[in-house]
Ligand binder design. Sequence first.
Ligand code: ADP
Ligand code: MG
Length: 196
Amino acid sequence: MLGSPAAANAGIRHRTICIVTCEENMMEMSASAPLRGNRAYISLGSNLGDSLQTLRRAAAALGGLGTVVAASPIYETDPVGLREQPAFLNAVVELDTTLEPLPLLDALLAIEAEGGRERGIRFGPRTLDLDLIWYDGRQLDSDRLTLPHPRAHEREFVLRPLADVAPAIDLQGETVAALLERLPPQGVRATGTSLM
Ligand code: ADP
Ligand code: MG
């Protein structure tokens, strides 16, 4: 999505400098280095502690795993599943990375641990949750990792920020934009706050 036509023609994609596209508040990041890795989309969530600071620190840490190509704005979302818990803040980061899916998952779990994540009840409150939603269009079903993420297509808190950065990617045979359009509202609100 980024780069000058000349660069695109040369097969080289560059990030552009922190452009905040006004309405969506979606940020496209900058760099001079060409992007050479695989494209990955990572969902970030937090509903314990200082969630804004936690998400921003996590986004900065994701930059250590490759190049952050784009970041959605932050949304406030009603909890899904276990409803008696605080609202979440959620966002999505687009990452260009040379890490393969399993090493990338390990790196995400390490960032979660740094963010103070304690694993309590499933779907319960958490200081930081990082999910690998989509990786280079690959499909995988192993003990440790399912790609694309098996529940992303039915969760507005994933689809809405993902649609800001990648509306055309495929989840379960449909585009993110199409899935979002027919999903009943689940309580996802724009905050007008940027992630990075
Ligand atoms: P959830 O995010 O579904 O609430 P957790 O964050 O506790 O649950 O994740 C539990 C495990 O899910 C992780 O340790 C990881 O091995 C596994 N997992 C499987 N597929 C994925 C994926 N696409 N992204 C992140 N974790 C995944
Ligand atoms: Mg998770």
